[in-house]
Design a binder for this molecule. Structure first.
Ligand code: PMP
Length: 305
């Protein structure tokens, strides 16, 4: 990923991809206090546009606030940086990665006295859990690792360090031949995937864990709320147990990278018919209509680059 042509926006300027480097004594590299976003730009019917750019930037600033980091740019500058990066790399569609980190002026747990940095990179990235998974559904394993408790590293911040837990869970699941992990909270209730929010459907009603289970307040999750309303589907946020997932009719993961990915199996227990369910298919189609600019109702969610 590092040895290629292209441009990365770093602290206010576009630098060559190969020169976008940091020092080994970077505070965040040692102690993991940093935050990032995952954003997608789509090749829409009206040209390349970034989906829900303002909401992603707002979440990055919220993460920074939670971590007591002061981003030395305005939200408008960060929005502009993301548009510039897509353009500078001639991308029609892209995955964008804004990241904030603490600099290398000094080490020690206290980050005081260090500068806060910001970069934005963008590259082409297809279906996160595979094209086949989007159609047939993926196989998921309940993780032996517990998702973060809400009073440990802060679960509404998309922090760098939270992903050690995601990595452990994902590696465990994929080493055992599954596609992705599902994590439970410290009380045993369903929280989220390693990089996705979870939805289940039972009796025509759509359910998702409420955020007290430590799940990230996903922007795709929020998009699904609007889609459910448009489709006349009742949406309920509540505590969900692992066995409720086993006996639901349909299940799917959501995320900027994962988009809407059906789940066909949890812990070798087949969910519903064992393939993409009919309501999931409708929600998925509505999602792709919105992100590709085919639903004028949501035109304001697409920012042209
Ligand atoms: N949970 C986790 C742990 C994630 O990494 C992501 C991806 N950012 C999500 C949920 C989904 O969030 P979003 O829809 O905003 O991408």
């Amino acid at each position: 990923l590092h040895d290629r042509d292209g441009k990365i926006w770093m602290d206010g300027e576009l630098v060559d991809w190969r020169d976008a480097k940091i020092h080994v004594l970077t505070h965040t590299l040692h102690y993991g206090c940093g935050a990032f976003e995952g954003v997608r730009a789509y090749d829409t019917v009206n040209g390349t546009a970034i989906f829900r750019l303002q909401e992603h930037t707002q979440r990055l600033f919220n993460s920074a606030k939670i971590l007591r980091m002061k981003i030395p740019f305005s939200q408008e500058q960060v929005n502009q940086a993301q548009r510039e990066v897509v353009k500078a790399n001639n991308l029609k569609s892209a995955y964008l990665r804004p990241l904030i980190w603490i600099g290398s002026e000094k080490l020690g747990v206290s980050p005081k006295g260090n500068q806060v940095h910001l970069m934005v990179a963008a590259w082409s990235w297809g279906a996160y859990l595979g094209e086949d998974g989007m159609k047939r559904g993926i196989r998921v394993k309940t993780s032996s690792y517990t998702r973060h408790h809400v009073n440990i590293t802060m679960t509404q911040a998309k922090t760098v360090s939270n992903y050690t837990n995601s990595i452990l869970a994902n590696m465990e699941a994929t080493d055992e031949g599954y596609d992705e992990a599902l994590l439970l909270d410290a009380s045993g209730f369903v929280s989220e995937g390693a990089g996705e929010n979870l939805f289940v459907i039972k009796g025509g009603v759509v359910y998702t864990p409420d955020l007290s289970a430590g799940a990230l307040n996903g922007i795709t999750r929020n998009t699904i709320f609007s889609i459910c309303q448009d489709l006349g589907l009742k949406l309920v946020e509540k505590r969900i147990t692992r066995d409720e997932v086993y006996i639901c009719d349909e299940a799917f993961f959501t995320g900027t990278a994962a988009e809407v990915t059906p789940i066909r199996e949890l812990d070798r227990v087949e969910i519903g018919s064992g393939s993409r369910g009919p309501i999931t298919e409708k929600i998925q189609a509505a999602f792709f209509d919105i992100v590709n600019g085919r639903n004028p109702k949501y035109a304001e969610w697409l920012t042209s680059v």
